[in-house]
Design a protein around this ligand. Structure first.
Ligand code: ADP
Length: 545
């Protein structure tokens, strides 16, 4: 028989999410998934159990009439229930819309309506929130509370609510997962909308599988069956960086911290469960570290922390290193699933001196296969890879968004198919990208850019400074100048001049902030980042006032 040489003779095995679950259930059936529940107690089962309950939940959703293309919202912490929902919802071809409960209520209402959620799955902790907004989300026709009847007081105004554990109890643990195109939508996550309304990023089965394969690689998050992974990034924040999928793919033990993200609880889990790998924003790990340092505790079997969301502070890296743990920086965004770059050595960097290597790996990192990047200068040309020509960062790849839900934001890709990240940075000759700012936070003084991120990193190394933010303020001669905002470490005091003296010699001379402003607390976004826009607006005329 003649073959058509244009078509490969490999199987059409669809890259869909149920394949991950079934793989883990069959090949890592006894590996544990652990969760800390609302009351602080520990729940523990295996991938085989996770798969059984996910299939039961999928059957229950089908019986409720949920089908291909429907959107099911979740308002929940990181625990086994939420992970089961990920697999059950996407598995039947519906879209798992993880709603960020920390957004303002108006934003939560907006995104539930905008996404057209028809079913809302609710954590026991968020029943009150849903009671408050129920009149404003008319498209939701079913509420499912995670637990069994009696786990919370009977909610008011939600109609006939269902209880997840009761609902799935009578369902079969067997299912014939429906077949659909691997490009079908699987998950929906809104950006936090620091400017304007949040926008929906719609992941597909294919993008999810390819992203999982990528993050598991040794040069990326380096996940294996021997690892024990603790995702401290919430499941509603870029799907906890894709870890619920990658964990099933490699069969690592998975430890979900629930709502207990304080230092004491995190550390307890890390030590008791033998966590080797954690992921999350720096503030989370600072709390765990502080608890360990204060109580003279080690970090158990922890080997590495993947840190992203904001730049990796030098002092966290150093303090972790003292405890034998390496901090690996990852850069990305909701729109990039989120893996964009990762701060790991390549051959050239591995041969650097220890000091050079440290400086190099504080950059946001190099590109994995699957992410292409270009830096575009103000005149529209591409920047050379010289480690200093900074411009707008654009990316392209199979797990990078090509647009937002319902066409929000218009056509975002450029003619070459690249997505604008809104970050500004440069790439060096070794292929390492360094972010100097987000485009909306850029400080332009006398036509030159000042990196707020670099100044913040140095400032937070000062023992009296707990958090630092550098924002632009108006200046008659230089257009803009940097202002440094700080919050102090508990029990410490420091004078403005001491801070400026401390910065002297550690940052470029003309980057020296024109003023230091002490504030009690930083304005924060729902994803735990400093809301610089507030400071910028409030203090724009600070120098001329
Ligand atoms: P938002 O903060 O708007 O909700 P994301 O949570 O998706 O959006 O965050 C993406 C942004 O976070 C990136 O565009 C970048 O500005 C910032 N970011 C993420 N990782 C890093 C990092 N390692 N260093 C510096 N900035 C980072």
């Amino acid at each position: 028989m003649m073959n058509d040489l244009n078509a490969g003779l490999m199987q059409d095995f669809r890259l869909t999410i149920p394949t991950l679950l079934e793989h883990a259930a069959t090949n890592h059936c006894n590996t544990e998934v652990v969760a800390r529940l609302q009351d602080g107690s520990i729940f523990r089962y295996t991938y085989a159990d996770l798969a059984d309950r996910s299939r039961q939940a999928a059957n229950a959703l089908c019986n409720l009439g949920v089908s291909y293309g429907d959107v099911v919202g979740t308002l929940a912490w990181n625990h086994h229930w939420h992970m089961e929902c990920f697999y059950a919802i996407s598995g039947i071809g519906a879209v798992c819309h993880t709603v960020n409960p920390r957004l303002f209520e108006e934003q939560i209402v907006y995104i539930i309506n905008h996404a057209r959620d028809s079913v809302l799955i609710v954590d026991q902790d968020f029943v009150g929130l849903v009671e408050r907004i129920v009149d404003q989300i008319p498209l939701v026709n079913k509420f499912i509370i995670l637990g069994s009847r009696g786990c919370v007081e009977e909610p008011r105004g939600l109609g006939d609510v269902l209880y997840y554990d009761d609902l799935i109890a009578t369902e079969s643990t067997a299912i014939e997962w429906p077949e659909f195109d691997e490009c079908s939508a699987s998950g929906l996550c809104y950006t936090s909308g620091t400017t304007g309304n949040p926008k929906g990023v719609l992941y597909s089965h294919r993008s999810t599988i390819l992203h999982s394969m990528a993050i598991a690689q040794p040069d990326n998050l380096s996940l294996s069956a021997l690892d024990c992974v603790l995702p401290a990034a919430p499941l509603y924040h870029a799907q906890s960086w894709g870890l619920p999928y990658a964990a099933c793919m490699v069969g690592s033990k998975f430890v979900l911290p629930g709502r207990h993200l304080d230092g004491k609880h995190l550390l307890e889990l890390i030590r008791a469960e033998g966590v080797t790998t954690g992921c999350g924003v720096p503030t989370i790990w600072t709390m765990a570290l502080e608890h360990a340092e204060k109580n003279g505790l080690d970090l158990g079997q922890l080997q590495r922390l993947l840190i992203g969301g904001t730049a990796l502070p030098t002092n966290i890296r150093d303090r972790l290193r003292e405890k034998g743990v390496s901090a690996v920086q990852i850069w990305g965004m909701t729109e990039t699933s989120p893996l964009g770059t990762i701060g790991r050595a390549n051959r050239e960097v591995a041969a650097f001196t220890a000091e050079q290597k440290d400086t190099q790996l504080l950059k946001q990192g190099r590109l994995p296969w699957g992410v292409e990047m270009k830096i575009v200068l103000e005149d529209g040309s591409r920047a050379p890879r010289d480690g200093k020509s900074a411009g707008d960062i654009w990316v392209k790849g199979p797990w990078i968004a090509r647009g937002y839900l319902h066409g929000d934001g218009g056509d975002v890709l450029d003619a070459e198919g690249f997505f604008p990240t809104g970050d500004v940075g440069h790439i060096d000759q070794y292929g390492y990208m360094k972010i100097t700012d987000r485009s909306k936070d850029v400080i332009k003084s006398g036509g030159e850019w000042i990196s707020s991120i670099d100044i913040e990193d140095v400032a937070t190394n000062h023992p009296a400074i707990s958090m630092a933010a550098v924002v632009a303020t108006f200046h008659e001669k230089w257009d803009e100048r940097p202002l440094l905002f700080v919050t102090l470490t508990e029990g410490k005091t420091v004078e403005k001049q001491d801070i400026l003296d401390y910065l002297d010699g550690k940052i470029v001379k003309w980057w020296m902030p024109d003023d230091v402003i002490f504030i009690d607390a930083m304005p924060m976004t729902a994803t735990g980042k400093i809301r610089k826009l507030n400071l910028r607006e409030k203090y724009w005329n600070h120098l001329s006032a």
